[in-house]
Ligand binder design. Structure first.
Ligand code: ZN
Length: 330
C-alpha cells in the first residue's frame, strides 16, 4: 500500500527512493477541497509516475493543490517541489536558511561538491574515492530540477503558520539540515517531523563546510528542547507514523551518547585518527563502493569527532592546521 489515510484525515504517501531508505513520506493535508503537500519527494521518472497515479486514485487534481511545504532542502524532500509548482502554481514554503542552502547546494552543484570534497580531503578522504563522490553529486542535479521559482518563507519559530485550516508552530532543529523546520500543532498534538526525528533509524547528522561547526551538539539540544511536548501523532519523513515521540527523543539522545563514548574509546585505543579512518572503523561494511552512503558516513563521523572536541574529550592532534586533521583523546 503506497498511501495510507491517517487518523487526522491526512494522507501519507510513500514516494519511492532509489536508495536504501526506500521511500520518503509526503503528507497530503486537505481542507475544504484544497490540499497542501508536505515534502513531495525526489524527482525521478518513477516518482513522477507515482504522483500521477496516486493523485488520480485519491481524486485530487493538480489545481486542487494550493501549497507545497518543505521541511528542509534535501533532494529526497525538495526534489519535486519545482515540478509541483509548475503544475499547480502553488507557493513553495521553506525556511529562509533552507532556501539559502538549496541555492548553495543545488544552484551550483559543481562549486558545492568542490568545497565538500576539499573539506573531506582535509579529513583524510582519499583522492581515488573523490571522483565517485563528485559524479554522484552531479547526478543529484537532475533529481532537484526544475527548482522552484517562487519561494514563500516559513515564519520564524515563535510565530504561527496556517496549514490545512490549523495553526502550526514551526520548530527549528539544527544538526540534520540547516534551517530544518518541524511543524507542531498543539491542539491536536500532530508533529510533522521532517527528518529531525525518525523511528527505527537515526537521522544523519550533517557536518558540512561552511555550516554549523558543532551539528551534533545543536541536534541534541534540539531534541532536548522538544522533550515534554504533547505529541499524539508523529509524522516522520521516513518510516511510518508513530506515537511515542518523547520515548523516541530519549532513544536518539542515548544513541548519540553511546556513539560518542565509542568514538572516544577508539581514539584512546588507536588514535590519533583522521575522520576517514574513524569512519572506516565505524561504518566499514555499509559504505564500500557507495558514494551516497560514504558521504553521509563521513559527515556523521566528523560531526561526532567535532562534538568530542567541543566537549573537551578529544582534540585535534596537530593544531598547526596540517592536513589531514587527526583526532586524539584529550
Ligand atoms: Zn534530510
Amino acid at each position: 500500500m503506497l498511501t495510507t489515510r491517517l487518523a487526522n484525515g491526512w494522507v501519507q504517501a510513500k514516494v519511492p527512493l532509489p536508495f536504501s531508505l526506500r521511500w520518503v513520506n509526503a503528507y497530503l493535508a486537505g481542507n475544504g477541497g484544497k490540499w497542501a503537500v508536505i515534502d513531495p519527494g525526489l524527482r525521478t521518472e518513477e516518482t513522477e509516475a507515482f504522483w500521477e497515479r496516486t493523485l488520480r486514485e485519491l481524486g485530487i487534481a493538480w489545481k486542487d493543490i494550493d501549497s507545497i511545504v518543505l521541511t528542509h532542502h534535501h533532494p529526497d524532500h525538495y526534489g519535486l517541489a519545482g515540478l509541483f509548482q509548475e503544475r499547480t502554481g502553488a507557493p513553495v514554503w521553506i525556511s529562509e536558511t533552507s532556501a539559502a542552502w538549496a541555492e548553495r547546494m543545488w544552484g551550483e552543484v559543481e562549486t558545492f561538491s568542490g568545497e565538500l570534497l576539499a573539506a573531506l580531503a582535509r579529513h583524510g578522504f582519499p583522492d581515488e574515492l573523490a571522483e565517485g563522490m563528485r559524479a554522484h553529486l552531479a547526478g543529484v542535479k537532475r533529481q532537484v530540477a526544475p527548482r522552484p521559482r517562487e519561494l514563500a518563507l516559513l515564519p520564524e519559530p515563535g510565530e504561527r503558520f496556517r496549514l490545512a485550516g490549523l495553526s502550526w508552530e514551526p520548530i527549528a532543529g539544527e544538526g540534520h539540515a540547516p534551517g530544518h523546520r518541524a511543524l507542531y500543532e498543539p491542539e491536536s498534538g500532530v508533529m510533522v517531523c521532517g527528518d529531525q526525528v525518525l523511528p527505527r533509524i537515526t537521522p544523519n547528522i550533517a557536518w558540512l563546510p561552511g555550516g554549523d561547526p558543532d551539528p551534533l551538539g545543536s541536534y541534541i539540544r534540539s531534541l532536548e528542547g522538544m522533550l515534554g511536548l504533547r505529541v499524539s501523532l508523529a509524522l516522520p519523513g521516513h518510516m511510518d507514523p508513530f506515537a511515542d515521540f518523547d520515548g523516541r527523543l530519549r532513544e536518539l539522545i542515548a544513541h548519540h551518547e553511546r556513539r560518542l563514548a565509542q568514538i572516544a574509546d577508539l581514539l584512546d585505543e588507536a588514535g590519533p585518527l583522521t575522520g576517514f579512518e574513524l569512519c572506516d572503523r565505524l561504518f566499514s561494511e555499509r559504505i564500500r563502493g557507495n558514494s551516497h552512503n560514504h558521504r553521509f558516513a563521513m559527515s556523521e563521523t566528523i560531526a561526532h569527532a567535532e562534538r568530542l572536541v567541543f566537549a573537551g574529550t578529544a582534540a585535534v592532534a596537530d593544531a598547526a592546521g596540517h592536513s589531514p586533521v587527526r583526532y586524539r583523546k584529550a
